[in-house]
Design a protein around this ligand. Structure first.
Ligand SMILES: [Zn+2]
Length: 404
């Protein structure tokens, strides 16, 4: 039952494969179009009407799709319209973020029905694993629909085929067979992937994008990483590390990074680095609002910095401009290698919005062939801090129902 993220083998399809393929084809069509008749489905999929009817009957028996009324008659009897029952199944989406484990019960359209957050501080090893169990136990207590599966997004490198956490530094996990452990405990399908990778899938599945099959998402928060959706599916790379741009060197004389190298992108643009830079500079700006916050509270949050940026506090705008410059260097490689024309910036640093994105677009232009950069669109995500949970749920929807 573990999620094996592989395509059908290229051998002659067996009857079972064909059946599963056709079922996914129909379900996908109903999911993406909504309110369709059996005749529409036959036309759109080129399957025979009797095959469509047979599959629709099975999907209705399975409660995944429902009859929702009648369409307009083309002369004869008005056709019965079908749609997906969005609440037919719920998915558990988990985000093992630094400092807080977040979980949600999510319906088939990416709408959160219940949430549980557990502050975890500095948690590692077995204790972190038990906290994951506690989070899932809490969510299952709230469940009022059949659960389709458990999707997990976590910082680190995952073997998504085997469901093994190869390394997650923040949780001190190495070669942990997380999917198998969870599957044995809960008897549900389990998928795991890197948090930036699942964020890209969340953006593709539930973001504000019409008619696209490819996108790159760059997540900039405590860590920096990216995910690549190619042809409606995540591209993981041969060693599952595709998109790991946080440790690309952008500064020859840069600071030591947690990975052991110097000058990584993460040491220049993470939320922690931005905050530290602001704290260093704020002491020279005693007339600024941030200085008074610093003086009274003893610390400055990302929200304070964001407000200062909105107020066009010059030294804050300059720091964000530097962030854009370094991010542009890393993006230039993604744009040149992948030529994917939609880039989405997510994570807490994306909240700087135009102050980040407008200079980013300008800095990107001279960093790569203009014909590539001119046609690349950079936008911010609208999914906020729930993005990893949604992406983890989308992974289950793709793997269990074939919804893309
Ligand atoms: Zn590094």
């Amino acid at each position: 039952m573990r999620c094996f993220i592989v395509a059908f083998p290229m051998k002659k399809a067996t009857r079972e494969h064909t059946k599963a393929h056709n079922r996914n084809l129909i379900l996908n069509e109903v999911y993406s179009r909504g309110e369709v008749s059996r005749a529409d489905l036959a036309r759109a999929t080129s399957l025979t009407r009797s095959t469509v009817s047979e599959i629709v009957t099975a999907l209705i028996e399975d409660a995944l799709i429902v009859e929702v009324g009648h369409g307009v008659s083309a002369g004869g009897k008005p056709p019965i319209l079908l749609n997906v029952d969005n609440e037919a199944r719920h998915v558990i989406g988990i985000d093992l973020a630094s400092g807080e484990f977040r979980g949600a019960l999510i319906n088939l359209r990416g709408e959160i029905r219940h949430r549980v957050n557990i502050p975890v501080g500095r948690l590692s090893g077995e204790r972190a694993l038990f906290m994951v169990y506690e989070l899932i136990d809490e969510l299952l207590k709230l469940a009022d629909r059949p659960i389709l599966g458990i999707g997990i997004g976590t910082p680190g490198l995952m073997d998504v085929k085997q469901g093994v956490v190869i390394t997650a530094v923040n949780l001190d996990w190495q070669n942990l067979p997380l999917a198998e452990l969870l599957q044995d405990r809960y008897n549900l399908p389990v998928c795991i992937a890197n948090d930036s990778q699942v964020s890209a899938l969340a953006e593709y599945s539930f973001g504000e994008h019409d008619q696209i099959s490819n996108l790159v998402l760059v997540k900039v928060g405590r860590g920096v990483g990216s995910g690549i959706v190619h042809n409606k599916e995540l591209y993981y790379g041969d060693g599952f590390g595709a998109g790991e741009i946080g440790h690309v060197k952008v500064d020859e004389d840069g600071d030591l990074c947690g990975c052991g190298n110097y000058g990584c992108l993460e040491t220049k643009i993470s939320s922690r680095v931005i905050r530290n830079r602001v704290i260093q500079i704020v002491k020279d700006h005693k007339d600024s609002k941030l200085y008074s916050i610093w003086e009274s509270a003893g610390e400055i949050t990302t929200a304070d910095i964001l407000q200062a940026c909105l107020n066009r506090e010059a030294y804050v705008v300059e720091i964000i401009d530097d962030v854009s410059k370094d991010l542009a260097k890393a993006l230039s490689f993604l744009v040149s290698i992948l030529n994917i024309q939609r880039i989405v910036i997510a994570g807490s640093v994306s909240e700087f919005g135009d102050a980040l994105i407008m200079p980013l677009r300008e800095y990107l232009q001279p960093c790569a062939l203009s014909i590539l950069t001119e046609n690349t669109e950079i936008v911010t995500s609208s999914l906020g801090e729930k993005i990893v949970m949604l992406g983890a749920a989308a992974l289950i929807l793709q793997n269990e129902l074939g919804i893309k």
